[in-house]
Write a protein that binds this ligand. Structure first.
Ligand SMILES: Cc1ncc(C[n+]2csc(CCOP(=O)(O)OP(=O)(O)O)c2C)c(N)n1
Length: 240
């Protein structure tokens, strides 16, 4: 499949089954290359599907996709016309292990430091609005980097400016080691909430087929609000 992807637009020609196959080919390519050249293996393997999805939905380089730190950009490089040079990654004169603006128009922001992607994306969104242009800005940030002062400052700023931008939180519970801190604890609860949501849907599907089931579900929903607030510490994020 890999050779069929000369540019991200080619992703839209593939079926979901083909995309799954493509994801495993990308992973193989990354493992094969990084086992020789060294590099950030886990973070890149973890975003293969996310990278495919972003490049399928958005129209890079017109839309701006910004990777926080940038250490997870290997699939992005493979899908944006750099497959033939991928074996040179992190070698003298070869591809960089991070996004580099001069390397490709698809590298919207050159990074390396953690925590600056939301701020960079917000700057691009504000500039776009001033110039009355029309494109999407998407930043991808890990749960580890979201704890950076600069990232929180940017979330605060974005919630104030309200320029249109998308922030994808790649919450995998791992920074360089397992993420720690108050934010990590909160994200654990949000993940728990996703499980709670799935259990709730299963319960609903079972209930509504019983006699009086729909009525019972409506009444119990009113009571549930109190229960849910125990699981969803999200007011802070919703405000921002
Ligand atoms: C300012 C700064 N501090 C520290 C680092 C070292 N560093 C590289 S990757 C990383 C962790 C990233 O974790 P996360 O944001 O959760 O992303 P993931 O690896 O899970 O994709 C850190 C701290 C850095 N690149 N920049």
């Amino acid at each position: 499949m890999l050779e069929k992807i000369a540019a991200p637009a080619n992703l839209r020609e593939l079926s979901y089954e083909e995309l799954v196959k493509l994801a495993s080919e990308i992973r193989e390519q990354i493992v094969k290359t990084i086992s020789v050249n060294g590099g950030h293996l886990a973070s890149s393997l973890g975003v293969v599907e996310l990278t495919i999805a972003l490049h399928r939905v958005f129209d890079s380089p017109n839309d701006k996709i910004i990777w926080d730190v940038g250490h997870q950009c290997y699939a992005h490089k493979i899908l944006t016309g750099r497959l033939d040079k991928f074996d040179t990654i992190r070698r003298y004169g070869g591809l960089s292990g991070f996004p580099v603006v001069a390397e490709s128009p698809h590298d919207a922001f050159g990074a390396g430091h953690a925590g600056n992607s939301i701020s960079a994306g917000l700057g691009m969104a504000i500039a776009r609005d001033f110039k009355k242009e029309n494109f999407n800005v998407v930043t991808v940030i890990g749960d580890g980097s979201l704890g950076a002062g600069m990232a929180l400052e940017a979330v605060n700023h974005a919630g104030h400016i309200r320029s249109k931008m998308i922030v994808v939180l790649n919450d995998n519970g791992i920074s360089i080691s397992p993420s720690v801190g108050a934010l990590a604890k909160m994200f654990n609860q949000v993940r728990l909430n996703a499980r709670y949501g799935r259990a709730k849907n299963r319960a609903k599907n079972a209930f509504i087929h019983l006699p009086w089931g729909e009525w019972f579900w409506r009444v119990s929903k009113k009571m549930k609000i109190g229960v849910e607030s125990l699981f969803i510490p999200s007011a802070f994020w919703e405000q921002m």
